[in-house]
Design a protein around this ligand. Sequence first.
Ligand SMILES: O=C(O)CCC(=O)C(=O)O
Ligand SMILES: [Fe+2]
Length: 336
Amino acid sequence: MRTARRGKREEGRLKSKQYEGHLVWSLRMEKNHMGEEEEQKQILNHVFGESSESEEDEQRWFGDSMDCVSTEEQKQILKDVFGESSDSQEDKHTHLEEAANDCNQPRAPNKSVPIWHRIEEVNGLWLCREFLSPEQQSSLLSAIENEAWFTEASHNQAMRFGDLPLWATELSAYIHEVVWLSKYAFECEDGEEYCPLPSDLLWREPLFDQLIVNVYQPGEGICGHVDLMRFDDGIAICSLESACVMHFTEVKTEASNVKCEERGGAPIMKIPVYLNPGSLVLMWGEARYIWKHEINRKPGFQVWEGQEICQKRRTSITLRKLCPKGLQMVILSYHL
Ligand SMILES: O=C(O)CCC(=O)C(=O)O
Ligand SMILES: [Fe+2]
């Protein structure tokens, strides 16, 4: 499968830096115009040099060339590329866990378990509005600030692959916990089990190994896209600082409605989802693969309950897991 080409290409300025031995890409992205595919192409071109256009070519390119590399070797290579796990930096404490403890963590069953909302129109889309307490949100924002990824005003995106910083590892663990606790919250009459994240995804190791932090100034958003196929199913997005409306559009509906609309037919159905600061979105299955998501923060698009949302700066944390093929790509970048 291949993600659709999106948006017109605009040059982002790309910088890779070593932060405590970890490679971090900081970019200036015109998010309203450039899709993630373009952004990542820039990064991958930066890492690999210009590469082939199609996923088929990528498939051939990867082939089975890494079959001979054992898991241990892969781990070592990743360590060499990205540095030691930040888990070993015990003194580097982000207080996410402490903040969680402040609000009665770990939560016992029946005690203030955050509520999950299933977005009915979009299978596999779940929202936890009160995922992070105000203290946890501040703690995450300080941790991001301490990374010094956005010291230049022109930088609005940072990505990390492989071992994540401690605060992101803690965030992943917290996502795991809050999803796991949801099993106490969903007792369905018909015996159907509602689950914010299927157990094969919830229990994979690691839950996430890729991180994006996006900073949006008022008016900035991200154009409609399906996340790249090099990332596995199960994507988490945490919102901080300011609320926004994220719209979901089914890919096939969109394609058929374009023709329909040309003939004066039904408009494209966009499902709006309000993301308050401190909320967590989980996308898997159909929500991840056959629905596009977008944030249009141009005037007139950020309306919730009849009111235009007052826009301030918004920071988001996206956590994903590289597919084995994606992992191979990272390893190959080391060998080139
Ligand atoms: O910033 C957000 O909330 C969404 C980011 C996103 O969709 C992405 O990075 O793929
Ligand atoms: Fe996305």
